[in-house]
Each structure stands twice: as structure tokens, then as C-alpha cells.
Design a protein around this ligand. Structure first.
Ligand code: NAD
Ligand code: WQD
Length: 339
């Protein structure tokens, strides 16, 4: 059934790909984003690729009452909440910015939803809530223990959601713990466009391949992993987007949590090899010391989402990096060169 869905942070990397998936499914989309870390061009591209109309409101969710105009002008039936700050290192430097933006935005959204009788919510949580995991692959029941302010905001927001759902049984909330989202829309028209120096491996590798940066720094080859480099559960952003549709379709009273990952790990050296193969470019690198706060391996047990949401991430590493390369090679400066 087609619905009107509010997508906060819908101009961002994961949000814009999810907007495409929502439009393809026939939903109407309303985006609320302050463009702090994104481009208006991503909104246009998502509308084009999804073949639908997107209403866009440039608002800051931390501002009291900013969402009132959105709920007053659209018959919103559900929300997907991506908006927030997400850089781990920056959160250590500027913890108050992270607590303020991520927590206040969410509380404003929840209050506005409540005031308008909208009870269906899907929230972008993160595997970072597990910290250094005590079990691999990681099930939702594993202990949580984030190791940085960004991760703590995610766990606090999860707790807020659990509390509001316990207080009023009209809420239907799904907390999605993403593992490592990578890749881009296969058209090459939409992709990840980090501002400044990328924090994450795949966008950094792509910028080296396209010649925008000289070489990659590999953060350690002495981890307790098969080749000594860090192992992660990379998931194609379009599989992740489809996970949101599945979560929306399966909302139930209360607040539930799902891992969204593939269950397959890839090392930094496998990423480099695959990126070189699909791009036909070389990716020079130096091995340097470990990055503070890193862990050896992060790997999802996605079986709960597979069984309960009927969802599975099928796109493999080759597809993830091919699509990332199609985007990067056609937009070497991201959306910036289209401005
Ligand atoms: P992104 O930065 O591309 O998207 C976030 C969007 O939120 C941006 O468009 C930004 O402009 C907007 N925003 C930030 N503060 C805002 C505010 N105060 N008001 C309105 N809009 C605001 O990030 P992303 O990678 O697309 O991540 C989306 C969500 O998924 C985030 O909540 C992030 O924490 C979470 N997440 C991301 C990853 C990842 O590796 N990318 C992994 C796990 C979870
Ligand atoms: C992957 C691997 C690095 C960069 C982060 C956040 C997490 C989530 C996803 C939001 C690791 C290595 C990286 C580089 C490298 N985001 N690496 N050189 O750290 O698993 O997760 O993004 O919720 O919260 O912590 O992802 O892409 O930064 O690193 O060697 O220049 O690549 O050490 O092994 P990470 P990543």
C-alpha cells in the first residue's frame, strides 16, 4: 500500500538511496534535511531515479518546532529517521555537538510524530553500539558497549525509542543496526559524497583509484585476522535501502531491533584487490599503525532480519565496489562538480 513517508536526512548517502527504493515502491516521499552533510542535487537525483515526486524541506531538526511545517503540510504516515552526525573521530573531539544534534533531533521528531498521531518509525542505528563485540558473528542479543560519543548517541536514542514504545502501545518502531554500508546506485547518478577527507575505507579507496588522493593508509596488518588487516561486514547501500522497506512492511507494536548486514566479512586487503580489479586502476597504500578505537573484526548475524523481515542482502563485494567505482569515476568530485 502506498504511503506518505517522512525521510529525515533523506539528502544524505543512505537516505537518498532509500528514497529511490521508496519511490520505486510507489510511496510518496517528504524529505527533511538541513544539507549540513549533503547536496540538494542528491535529492533531485533520487527523485529522477525513483521516478516520483519528492517534497523537500530544508530544516534543522534541532530547532524547536521546525518539523511542524512538514507535518502540517503533508499527511505523513510513517518516518524513517536518518538525520544526524556520524563521524566517530569528530564525535570524540566535539561530543556536545553529537549529543545535541543526534538526541535533540530525535526527541523533536518523536514529539512531533506523537502530536500528529504518527506512530510508525524506522531508525538508523549502527553496529557501533556493540563496541568491541563479545561474540562473532554478532546477534542482536550481544552485549552493547559503544566506545565513542557517536556510538553512545545511537544507544541512547535506541533507549529513548524503547521507553516511548513502552509508555504508549501505539508506537511501532524498528531500530536498524547497520554494519558497513558501501556502494552506490548502479546508474552512477547517486553515491557517497563525503565532505573533506573520507573517514571510511571504501570512499577513500575510490578517491585514490580516481586520482584524487595519492595513497591509502592501511591501519595495521597485525590484527588477529586471516591476512592481518581489519575485517568488516560491508553491505551494499541498495540492499540496506531495501531493508528499510522490509522493516516498514513488518512494523509491529513496540520497539524491535534488527542487524542489517550480509554475514560475510572482507578484509582491507580484499577491498583493495577487488577495487583494483573492478576499476582497472592501482590503489597504492602504506601500512601504518592501528587507528585508535578500531577492532579486528565486525560481522553481523543477520538471521533475525532474514527470517522476520523476509530480507536478505544479496549483492556481493564485487557489485558493491563496481557500483562505487561507476559513481566515483563519473563524478570524481562527487556532487561538487555539478554545482
Ligand atoms: P549522511 O551524513 O550522508 O546523512 C545524514 C543526513 O542528515 C545529511 O544529509 C545531513 O545533512 C542531515 N542532517 C544532519 N544533521 C541534521 C539536522 N540537525 N537537521 C536536519 N538534517 C540533518 O550519513 P549517512 O551515511 O547517510 O547516514 C545516515 C544515518 O545512518 C545516520 O544516522 C548515521 O549515523 C547512520 N549510520 C550510518 C552508517 C555509515 O557507515 N554510513 C553506519 C551506521 C549507521
Ligand atoms: C573499515 C576498515 C579500518 C580507513 C565506521 C564507524 C561505524 C559505522 C561505519 C556509522 C577498518 C580500515 C579505514 C582507512 C583503513 N558508521 N581503514 N584505512 O571503522 O568499521 O566503521 O563506519 O555508524 O560506526 O566506526 O569503518 O570504513 O572506517 O573502516 O585501513 O583510511 O578499514 O581500520 O579495519 P568502521 P571504516
Amino acid at each position: 500500500m502506498s504511503k506518505t513517508i517522512l525521510v529525515t536526512g533523506g539528502a544524505g548517502y543512505i537516505g537518498s538511496h532509500t528514497v529511490v527504493a521508496l519511490l520505486e515502491r510507489g510511496h510518496r516521499v517528504v524529505i527533511a534535511d538541513n544539507l549540513a552533510n549533503s547536496s540538494r542535487l542528491a535529492v533531485d537525483a533520487a527523485g529522477r531515479l525513483g521516478g516520483g515526486e519528492v517534497a523537500f524541506h530544508q530544516i534543522d531538526l534541532t530547532e524547536d518546532g521546525s518539523l511542524a511545517e512538514v507535518f502540517d503540510s503533508h499527511p505523513v504516515e510513517a518516518a524513517i529517521h536518518f538525520a544526524g552526525l556520524k563521524a566517530v573521530g569528530e564525535s570524540v573531539e566535539k561530543p556536545l555537538d553529537y549529543y545535541r544534534t543526534n538526541l535533540i533531533s530525535t526527541m523533536n521528531l518523536l514529539r512531533e510524530m506523537q502530536a500528529h498521531g504518527v506512530w510508525d518509525l524506522v531508525f538508523s542505528s549502527s553496529a557501533t553500539v556493540y563496541g568491541d563485540p563479545d561474540v562473532l558473528p554478532i546477534p542482536e542479543s550481544a552485549a552493547t558497549g559503544p566506545t565513542n560519543p557517536y556510538g553512545r548517541t545511537k544507544l541512547m536514542i535506541e533507549d529513548i525509542c524503547r521507553d516511548v514504545a513502552a509508555a504508549d502501545d501505539r508506537w511501532r518502531i524498528s531500530l536498524l543496526r547497520y554494519f558497513n554500508p558501501v556502494g552506490a546506485h548502479s546508474s552512477g547518478e547517486l553515491g557517497e559524497d563525503p565532505r573533506g577527507i573520507p573517514n571510511n575505507l571504501v570512499p577513500y579507496v575510490m578517491q585514490v583509484a580516481v586520482g584524487r588522493r595519492d595513497k591509502l593508509q592501511v591501519y595495521g596488518d597485525d590484527w588477529d585476522t586471516p591476512d592481518g588487516s581489519g575485517v568488516r561486514d560491508y553491505i551494499h547501500v541498495l540492499d540496506l535501502a531495501e531493508g528499510h522497506l522490509a522493516a516498514l512492511d513488518h512494523l509491529e507494536a513496540g520497539c524491535d531491533v534488527f542487524n542489517l548486514g550480509t554475514g560475510t566479512g572482507s578484509s582491507v586487503f580484499e577491498i583493495i584487490d577487488t577495487a583494483e580489479r573492478v576499476s582497472g586502476r592501482s590503489v597504492p597504500y602504506d601500512v601504518i599503525g592501528r587507528r585508535s578505537g578500531d577492532i579486528a573484526t565486525s560481522l553481523a548475524d543477520p538471521s533475525k532480519a532474514n527470517h522476520e523481515l523476509g530480507w536478505r542482502a544479496d549483492r556481493n563485494l564485487e557489485v558493491m565496489l563496481t557500483d562505487a567505482w561507476t559513481w566515483q569515476s563519473s563524478h570524481p568530485m562527487g556532487f561538487g562538480d555539478d554545482d
